[in-house]
Design a protein around this ligand. Structure first.
Ligand code: HSE
Length: 328
């Protein structure tokens, strides 16, 4: 299957490296970053592109753009991994529309288009007979969407609650373990590449709230928006608050929760016992679904990181290859 890759930040590089390293039958025929692009219908030498990018900051021809790749390259599936713009969703919404209009499948890690325009984009994909998959938008490597779609098929999802932001989990873990201030811990998270381009998205709970909106709309199709989420971040938490929780055998985690029957859609720091299933260290995310048949199911895994997010994207690509492209 031929793929075009748009975005060469942390996630895009992770995908490119894994496609170059693993023999998955996926060939990159178009690639673009914010300043340049490159196309070759016979397949691109990814190692050379990544080396170029590292050396001179460009992935190819500076007269070509992401739009050129999306509109002209020869590919089956677009991998859209540009940075999230939660206000407009652009330019990613335009990229996705352009690929779908060419009857190309789309896999994205970009939360903006899915939080803002999932209904429209899903309808467009359906009309064109192609897939729009976004496993990587929520909880990094954890196969949340695959679990909902397959493992929990036929269940009614009654409620969900979880840790959906790896950066906040990392910061809270480091503050509790080492007594670091919030600023010190955030600096470490940025150095490790976990935080969003604008880390206020992480620490003010916006990133977790966007993921909550994506989950709620995927599960209940209830048209909720970011502004519907009752949101408090971790940016005002002090090391003292964590120390006091610790004295009670507890700790603090940023919890996202949704329960449509109770009209609950909230992201806030919560005090939890240390042995609670949602209390995990580092960038781990955890998500509990309450369902009618399976009862409670909790998934735990890496919620951020280049290769971890590539895992979710590659899972979506292989799903498309097996269910659409090879059957065509
Ligand atoms: N900044 C996000 C996080 C990355 O820390 O969870 C994954 O969406």
């Amino acid at each position: 299957m031929k793929v075009a890759l748009i975005g060469l930040g942390s996630v895009g590089r992770g995908v490119a490296e894994m496609l170059a390293k693993k023999d998955l039958g996926l060939t990159i025929t178009g690639i673009a970053d914010s300043k340049s692009a490159f196309m070759d219908p016979a397949g691109i030498d990814i190692s050379r592109i990544l080396a170029n990018k590292k050396k001179n900051g460009s992935c190819g021809d500076q007269h070509l753009t992401a739009e050129d790749v999306i509109k002209k390259a020869d590919y089956d599936a677009l991998i859209e991994v540009t940075p999230t713009n939660a206000l407009s969703g652009e330019p990613a919404i335009g990229y996705i529309r352009a690929a779908l209009s060419r009857k190309k499948h789309v896999v994205t890690s970009n939360k903006g288009p899915i939080a803002l325009a999932a209904k429209e984009l899903r309808a467009m994909a359906k009309k064109k007979g192609v897939a729009l998959r976004y496993e990587a938008t929520v909880a990094g490597a954890i196969p949340v969407m695959h679990t909902l779609e397959h493992g929990l098929a036929g269940n009614e999802i009654l409620a969900l609650y979880g840790v959906l932001n790896g950066t906040c989990n990392f910061i809270l873990t480091r503050m509790a373990a080492e007594g670091l201030t919030y600023e010190q811990a955030l600096m470490e998270a940025r150095e490790m590449g976990y935080a969003e381009a604008d880390p206020t998205y992480d620490v003010q709970g916006i990133d977790a709230a966007i993921k909550l909106v994506i989950l709620a709309n995927t599960i209940w199709d209830n048209g909720v928006k970011l502004s519907d989420v009752d949101r408090t971040g971790i940016d005002l938490l002090t090391p003292d608050a964590l120390r006091l929780a610790d004295e009670e055998g507890c700790t603090i985690r940023l919890i996202a929760e949704a329960n449509p029957k109770k009209h609950l859609l909230r992201v806030s720091p919560r005090i939890l016992e240390k042995n609670h299933p949602l209390v995990n260290d580092g960038t781990l995310n955890a998500l509990t679904f309450e369902t009618d048949m399976a009862k409670e199911i909790t998934l735990i895994g890496r919620g951020a990181g280049s290769i971890e997010t590539a895992s979710a994207i590659i899972g979506d690509l292989l799903y498309i290859r097996d269910h659409y492209v090879q059957r065509a």
